[in-house]
Design a protein around this ligand. Structure first.
Ligand code: FAD
Length: 597
């Protein structure tokens, strides 16, 4: 039964509020129709993408990628969550997360699809007026037109609002004339529609425009030579007196930066889903290889060192996967609640994602870093063959790396995580200081040990409650000590971001496991319980390390000593045989010969 409470969960609230397993959605709950959509995506990858990876990456067949997108569009894969009146299937946000997850295994194709369906299409869907949506969304849903998103410029990357592309109104007032240079534009080589951000006259803020290639005044450099995602088209694009009808301005003048930021929120959580999908595929390859490769007379999957890697990869993937779909459902629930309260659908979509912007930033970082860990250990499991361009790890390794850079670098997303939480606290939307003060007071008192509780997950719940306290302790002390200068102390902000992220992802893994046990019984979920516990080891150590570094950076004297004692108290975990848990997980993976959780 769905709790009504989950309609009012707020972004960032996980730090101060406990969630029950009944409130979260887990991927095992996808219904038959959603699973069929996922299967169509898998079938598409196997039939159209995997046999063509070399061709796609070579760029010798420039029409191949747009043709693949057209085919995906014909199958309905480009408009899964677009409203039916605009040629989509009208499915919820989490269904689009599922598509991103499965297609995430598709290397450059995944990037092209996600740029088209995400940053290319959503600005129109979420901010466009009726005429704009009616004109463009059906063609983007069907794949007849392909889209690109032009925000970055040579001198304006992370500082996205500082772009110098200009728009000025024509003398007859009918057109905006755009001049400027955009860089790193995904799908640039074949897009029919460009979402272009430019400043009108001397405006402070960007304005967004829908620019059709046929408007003219658009030229581009050849394809960039890249480390990875070589098959994804990436171009520098020049706008030379490009004339855009005034009716193609998107939303209001100077609202472009807001559009850019909000659309990136969606891009971030979807990137995490895609990264986890790519990780699952990497684990599949690694297990296959480990099972086949014989050294010292046995397959290397029999060795503990290899099993350790397989289990660690799977634990990270399981945990972030849990968090992805938890946040996706929060977005869906908030959307439903807002629409029920009378809000217009497009506005409700935006508001619901904006509400979970903290979680989107966390997931972008955690998904991309889980993928990088996975591909790195994947190469290692392949040994010398991991270094061969003829084996799959080469492409997986190179393609993974971009995920920590685009959709806001991981540094920017870590900084944003804390910045957004603190801003919400300051606006009174999130009561951080109350709980933080309670933790500080608790430290002065005698520790309460409470009654022993050996029910399933009681220990993990205690650990999580303590990890939240540790995060509040450090964040609260940093705010008090550093006040306004905290925003400049990036190392400390990054520490706090890591603490909060471990809390969110570990809690998500626990809630998923608890729900699964409630659905299937403990015996059937032993692997998931082991995965969760393995992830808890990383989370507890991660929170302890980040917390210590932060406290060392600004604490002093007796107060520092007391806070460090508190941090140690809040980052404890009962010992268990983690080696055995990793063995158990690895054996399940090895027997299934694929990622099976
Ligand atoms: C393959 C590829 C595809 C892309 N696709 C698109 C696309 O389709 N559309 C689009 O608009 N853009 C796209 N981008 C651009 C991408 O979003 C930017 O590269 C990214 O936002 C980083 O900007 P930058 O490259 O200018 O790096 P910079 O902003 O110059 O950053 C360099 C380093 O400094 C750090 N840094 C910067 N500012 C700060 C700060 N305030 N505090 C701490 N650290 C900081 C960064 O984290 C990074 O480590 C793409 C990029 C690539 C490589």
């Amino acid at each position: 039964m769905e709790s009504q409470d989950n309609k009012i969960i707020k972004g960032g609230e996980f730090l101060i509020k406990d969630t029950t397993y009944q409130e979260v959605f887990i991927p095992e709950e996808f219904d038959e129709e959603q699973q069929m959509i996922a299967q169509s995506c898998r079938d598409f990858l196997h039939a159209e993408v995997f046999p063509n990876l070399e061709k796609i990456d070579s760029h010798d067949y420039p029409d191949l990628m747009p043709e693949l997108l057209t085919k995906a569009g014909e199958l309905g894969l480009l408009g899964v969550s677009n409203p039916e009146e605009y040629g989509g299937f009208g499915k919820n946000f989490n269904t689009s997360m599922l598509v991103a997850d499965v297609i995430g295994a598709g290397h450059s194709f995944a990037v092209a699809l996600s740029a088209h369906t995400g940053i290319g299409t959503l600005p129109i869907l979420y901010y466009g007026n009726e005429e704009q949506k009616a004109k463009y969304i059906p063609k983007l849903s069907s794949g007849e037109w392909k889209a690109a998103y032009c925000l970055t410029e040579p001198n304006s990357g992370s500082d996205a609002n500082s772009g110098s592309t200009k728009a000025r109104l024509s003398a007859d007032g009918k057109k905006y004339i755009i001049n400027g240079q955009k860089m790193w534009i995904t799908n640039g080589g074949f897009a029919d529609i460009f979402i272009v951000f430019a400043k009108i006259d001397d405006d402070q803020n960007l304005t967004a425009f829908i620019v059709e290639k046929d408007f003219g005044g658009i030229t581009m450099n050849p394809e960039e030579h890249k480390m990875g995602i070589k098959g994804s088209s990436t171009r520098q694009i020049f706008f030379n007196d490009c004339e855009v009808p005034v009716e193609n301005m998107l939303s209001d003048r100077q609202n472009g930066f807001k559009i850019a930021v909000n659309i990136l929120n969606i891009g971030r959580i979807k990137l995490s889903a895609a990264a986890i999908g790519a990780s699952k595929a990497t684990i599949d390859h690694a297990i296959n290889y480990a099972n086949e490769r014989q050294q010292f007379g046995r397959s290397i999957s029999k060795y503990g060192a290899i099993r350790y890697k397989l289990a660690e990869m799977a634990a990270k993937v399981y945990a972030v996967d849990s968090a992805n779909y938890r946040a996706g459902q929060n977005i869906d629930d908030t959307y439903e609640a807002l629409v029920a309260s009378g809000m217009d659908s497009a506005k409700a979509r935006l508001k619901s994602v904006e509400q979970f912007a903290v979680e989107c930033a966390i997931l972008k970082v955690w998904g991309s870093e889980a993928l990088d860990y996975t591909v790195d250990e994947g190469v290692q499991i392949y040994g010398g063959m991991g270094f061969s361009a003829d084996a799959p790890m080469d492409r997986a390794y190179r393609d993974a790396r971009i995920n920590r850079i685009f959709e806001g670098t991981n540094e920017i997303n870590r900084l944003l995580t804390v910045d957004m939480v603190l801003k919400r606290a300051m606006k009174g939307e999130l009561d951080l200081m109350g709980p933080a003060t309670a933790v500080a007071n608790e430290l002065m008192g005698i520790p309460e040990f409470g009654d022993a509780d050996d029910t399933l997950f009681a220990a993990e719940k205690k650990v999580l409650a303590n990890l939240k306290k540790a995060t509040l302790l450090v964040a609260g002390a940093a705010v008090q000590k550093l006040m306004m200068s905290l925003s400049k102390e990036q190392e400390i902000l990054m520490n706090i971001a890591d603490m909060a992220s471990y809390v969110y992802v570990a809690e998500s893994a626990m809630l998923r496991t608890e729900k699964l046990v409630a659905m299937r019984g403990e015996e059937a979920c032993k692997g998931q319980i082991d995965l969760m516990k393995i992830y808890f080891v990383e989370a507890v150590d991660g929170v302890a390390k980040a917390g210590k570094e932060a406290l060392w950076s600004f604490g002093e004297g007796d107060e520092l000593k007391m806070m460090l004692v508190g941090l140690r108290r809040f980052t404890k975990m009962e010992p268990f045989n983690v080696k055995q848990s990793r063995q158990n997980v690895a054996i399940q993976l090895i027997e299934a010969n694929k990622y099976c959780f």
